[in-house]
Ligand binder design. Sequence first.
Ligand SMILES: [Zn+2]
Length: 447
Amino acid sequence: MARELIRGGVVLPMEGRRAVFDPGSVLIDGGEIVAVGPVEDLDRLAGEADVVDAAEHAVMPGLHNCHLHSGLLRGTAESLSLWDWLRTYVDPAHRALTPAIAEAASLLCYTEGLRFGTTSVMDMWRFMEGSARAAEHVGIRATLVPYVADEAGFDFFESLESNRQLLQTHRTAAEGRVRTWVGLEHLFYCTPEAFSAAAELADEFDTGIHTHSSETIWEVEESLRRFGRRPIAEFYNRGILGSRTVVAHCVWLDDEEIRLLAETGSSVAHCPCSNMKLSSGPARVRDLRAAGIAVGIGSDGEKENNNLDLLEEMKFASLLQKVSTHDPTSGDPWEILAMATLEGAKALGLGGISGSLEPGKRADVVTVDLRGLHTTPLLHGDDFNAAAHLVFSASGHDVRDVWVDGRRLVRAGRVLSVDVEEVRERAQAAAEELFARRRELPHTPAS
Ligand SMILES: [Zn+2]
């Protein structure tokens, strides 16, 4: 792997402080970050390194997408309520899914994410041997989480047995970039026995657990009706909360549920676009973080977002906080950047190797072009405004270069690891096949 000096940019190390090197450089070698600091200091260290000119670019850690579902339903079922949409639209598409279609979806989603500056995804999806191949091909970090469901009528999802098989072959793969966790579909899709078996499986393989919860008020009311507890309290009761558990959404939590997440060291994946688009509501991000819970950012699926652009997602994360708390000091750009980088990495258990630009960490690095009309003026010193530009003005289209594990996978906005046109054509054909197969299925009425 090349020794490269990413030189003269606006470097935001995001190692837990609001500090920048402006201008600064990042030196990477053998897949690792060797040094981060002022330009002159790193020029002295660089030796024969290849120089990547980062003038007027932000240089920041790669983004962690903490909740994603690979998929091909983008733009096809708009303006439905969450549970009707799942029953009448999403679940039939799951019934029609094949391994080849699923792999094409992962290839598309990982390529899109990478192009937009995401260096790590946690993907809840199906037939994930194909997702593992896609992740290795694209070069992105991927935490694979099969959609496990065992309630009657959901036999078309993954099972704990298929999750176990994936753990056996892909507990870690692709030099550690691909990992497998234990996944659970919605609370009402899984029996209590599945929860305890999932906790045991995660223990047995020394790995994490991921599920999504508390998106809608209905879900909370239904959980109270069926189990006598709110969803997070029920998770606690079923023994799946812990320091390697990430729960997506967590919109409708009471104080006690926040306390349970904090006490168990569980993390949250916040999905602002999805929460707005499905009219779920605003998560209590400020309260979650104040309780010491790591809150990462997720795009959720392509069908409820409808893109996988985490730079855009950061803007929504900030604005949703501001509008829901009526407090303009909430959703501060630095806090949002922290959630998308180091806090997300910590949630995924990757905080030791990724999420910030620090010597010794793996080189997951992104540069963002700040020379656009929409990122002008670019100011320095006391008037520093690049952090705000990244959250409020820039989008994934401004991402220039991306490294994962020290491998440069995007150069000047062009993905190097895969043939993008081929990825797109394969996804297009797979989607057409999926919709044709779905039309053959009997109609599912709304619940
Ligand atoms: Zn989800």
